[in-house]
Design a protein around this ligand. Structure first.
Ligand code: SAH
Length: 350
């Protein structure tokens, strides 16, 4: 895996770092505020847009600092609900995908946190080719910025549920979260940001101490260690008890309700017993269950539970007083499971 450096990547810098950087370049510190505003609030497409900077300074920045930009390779728009899937090319030629969804409460963007993934969850397309590299904070930001520029619409919600395991790219993720929610930038409320993890316990505990108000979603998918191990290799490393304890700790520290994601796979984890065990496992927690009918990928033989089974599973959870929703399938006509647009693109080139 090749690791990219943060250092001269101007869009990954905090305002304070940018100030020190400009002073080091022999410039006045107040320039940092202007540049930061151009990048994160006005979403400038390049240094050339920064009209209140001298040509000299713009040239200097051009020489010293990478200005992160992504190329839009492809946009697929759903005829059903207007959902758009974006395929972006990164400066090194890798591609990642992001999804733009319109809801009545505002627009939501689902971003990728890594190129590929090394977690190996059995039903997931994003992990089939392993991990290529981590994304920089600027590369996570720019997925959202590019979409705002392209749609001309505001974004109010962010989910880090695209390709990659955010807790496996921890430092860059935290930096990204602080930058996207900064009131001098896009000022997206942390309460409208959800980070989904397969359950890397030490980093879930670290996240709890970051004093962020984001929602943590845990990919649970099974109610016993044995079954979870069959679906998610990470379960060999951390037991269900450790993962659930980390969720409780997150709630204690942040007061934020946990979301449990549970992908329903026909005949694997969708029975009455599974639902009852799920209730026993999370009873008493301040939480919400998000049921995801598994999105079949051609490389594996997993099938969706039928509507009736899904309805019964949801009803059992709700009967115990725990709130549950079934994830609405957005953009069904442009779909393929997460990560498939990227794979299609890569395979076409090989
Ligand atoms: N690495 C993070 C984000 C992954 S994607 C995580 O593991 O949480 C977000 C959610 O979609 C996760 O719960 C993931 O397990 C689930 N998912 C991935 N592929 C899926 C598929 N084909 N069908 C249903 N859910 C899937």
């Amino acid at each position: 895996m090749t690791e990219q450096k943060n250092t001269m990547d101007i869009k990954s810098m905090t305002l304070e770092e940018l100030q020190s950087h400009l002073v080091a370049l022999g410039e006045k510190a107040f320039r940092a505020k202007q540049i930061y505003q151009w990048m994160h609030e006005k979403l400038a497409a390049g240094y050339e847009d920064m009209s209140n900077l001298s040509k000299d300074l713009r040239d200097k920045l051009q020489k010293e600092n990478t200005f992160m930009k992504l190329n839009i390779v492809q946009v697929q728009e759903s005829a059903i609900d207007g959902t758009r899937k974006y395929l972006f090319e990164l400066p090194d030629g890798n591609v990642v995908e992001s999804v733009w969804m319109k809801y009545h409460h505002g627009n939501s963007v689902c971003i990728s946190s890594q190129v590929g993934c090394r977690m190996g969850c059995r039903f997931c397309a994003s992990t089939l080719d392993g991990l290529e590299r981590n994304l920089l904070p600027s590369e996570m930001l720019e997925q959202i910025y590019s979409i705002i520029r392209h749609t001309g619409e505001r974004v109010s919600n962010i989910v880090v549920m695209g390709t990659g395991e955010p807790m496996d790219n921890y430092d860059n993720l935290i930096r990204f979260l602080r930058l996207i929610s900064d009131d001098k930038g896009q000022n997206i409320s942390q309460r409208n940001i959800t980070v989904s993890t397969c359950g890397i316990v030490p980093n879930m505990r670290r996240l709890a101490e970051e004093k962020l108000q984001i929602t943590l979603a845990l990919s649970l998918h099974a109610t016993t260690d044995e079954k979870r191990k069959q679906l998610m290799p990470i379960a060999n490393k951390y037991s269900l008890k450790e993962v659930i304890d980390a969720c409780k700790f997150y709630f204690e520290k942040t007061g934020r309700r946990i979301t449990f994601e549970y992908s329903l796979v026909a005949g694997v984890n969708d029975t009455k017993e599974d639902a009852n065990e799920l209730v026993d496992l999370i009873r008493g927690m301040n939480c919400h269950v998000n049921l995801i009918p598994v999105n079949p990928i051609k490389e594996r033989d997993y099938k969706q539970s039928n509507k009736e089974q899904i309805g019964q599973f949801k009803a059992r959870i709700e009967k115990s007083g725990i709130s549950a929703t079934v994830r609405r399938e957005m953009g069904r006509d442009i779909d393929g499971a997460c990560g498939q647009l990227r794979r299609k693109h890569i395979n076409k080139q090989c």
